[in-house]
Design a protein around this ligand. Structure first.
Ligand code: SF4
Length: 338
């Protein structure tokens, strides 16, 4: 590991000032991804600005019913929080599916959003990788890419985003709160992560020196149910081959979809909100046929690589099963417990 300096910030202002003062610095919170990447030589910060001591760990209900989750709230605390479990079970399920208990106890909400891809070539400093070393090429495109993207990829990068939590946040219409030298702003979770385009080194729209300070979850609609499902290579502690988060608001009397939100993980460089499928299902009766047609219309945009077309079948089956499960629960008035 290369030498680096270390500063422990006691306020947001102090953190952003230290970041501006120290070229090549990175913010450190749980460190579960950053420190691993430093050991691999993928990240070589000149300085670490430790923000883990800032008062950003609260989970609180705001007057309009918005749930505010502080950026340093640990993944385990968010997953176990009664308000998350009661009103946003898809988020609790995604966090519990995301990592081992040890990692969940250390990893923070902000860090979960900012974790880097697990593309093996990104983590191997001897391989060409446009995300790690812009302009060097993409070893995955013609290499081992079974776990890579089928939607929204570019000739420059075919990586997927590894976060389970971010997929749930995309379906739950969360906002991400950011603090920087010019003040505070919010970005919809669906717009926080980028598609790779020509700049795969930029995972998100976060500005230089900005800090994620909170996630804001709007109040769930009365009667709406939500669910997170994940397909992976082994039963636990593996990143998603494909995952799906669904929020369904069904009119049980008319058996029509009032509103549905569907987001895929493991398919793209960011959580993939399925706008086409949502549009087709809104106002429709969620029969197996209607659900299948809507999901197929969404996945018609997929451009699989040489060895990952299986992801399309997985995504179709996972989404159809999740939507059918939620439709039954909504019809029966049963909540989606984590
Ligand atoms: Fe790098 Fe992206 Fe290619 Fe992986 S897919 S080698 S992260 S450029």
């Amino acid at each position: 590991m290369k030498p680096f300096s270390y500063v422990r910030a006691t306020s947001l202002r102090e953190a952003t000032a230290a970041h501006a003062r120290l070229p090549g610095s990175r913010y450190l919170a749980g460190g579960t991804n950053l420190v691993d990447l430093m050991k691999l030589g993928v990240e070589n910060p000149a300085a670490l600005v430790d923000i883990s001591g800032l008062p950003l760990a609260d989970i609180e209900l705001l007057p309009a019913g918005t749930l505010r989750i502080g950026a340093t709230a640990r993944n385990s605390d968010v997953a176990a929080h009664p308000l998350v479990r009661a009103h946003h079970p898809a988020l609790a399920q995604a966090l519990l599916a995301g990592a081992s208990a040890q990692l969940r106890n250390a990893a923070t909400t902000g860090g979960n959003l900012l974790q880097r891809t697990r593309c093996p070539y990104f983590q191997d400093v001897s391989a060409p990788c446009n995300k790690r070393d812009p302009g060097s090429g993409c070893a995955a495109r013609d290499g081992v890419h079974r776990d890579h993207a089928v939607l929204g990829h570019s000739e420059h990068c075919v990586a997927t985003h590894p976060s389970d939590m971010a997929v749930a946040l995309a379906a739950l219409d969360a906002d991400i709160e950011l603090y920087g030298e010019t003040g505070t702003r919010t970005v919809p979770a669906t717009a926080f992560h980028r598609l790779p385009g020509e700049r795969p080194e930029q995972d998100t729209v976060i500005g230089d020196g900005e800090i994620v300070t909170a996630v804001l979850l709007p109040a769930a609609a009365p009667g709406a149910v939500s669910l997170y499902r994940k397909a992976r290579e082994r039963a636990s502690y593996a990143f998603a081959l494909v995952s799906v988060a669904v929020v369904l608001d069904l009119d049980p009397a008319a058996r029509r979809v009032r509103r549905v939100a569907l987001a895929f993980g493991g398919l793209a460089h960011r959580p993939w909100r399925a706008a086409t499928a949502e549009e087709r299902l809104t106002g429709a009766e969620p029969t197996a046929e209607a659900v299948r047609e809507a999901v197929d219309a969404e996945l018609a945009q997929a451009r699989p690589l040489r060895d990952n077309a299986h992801k399309i079948t997985l995504a179709r089956n996972l989404a159809c099963d999740a939507l059918a499960t939620l439709a039954r629960r909504a019809q029966d008035g049963r909540p989606s417990t984590p």
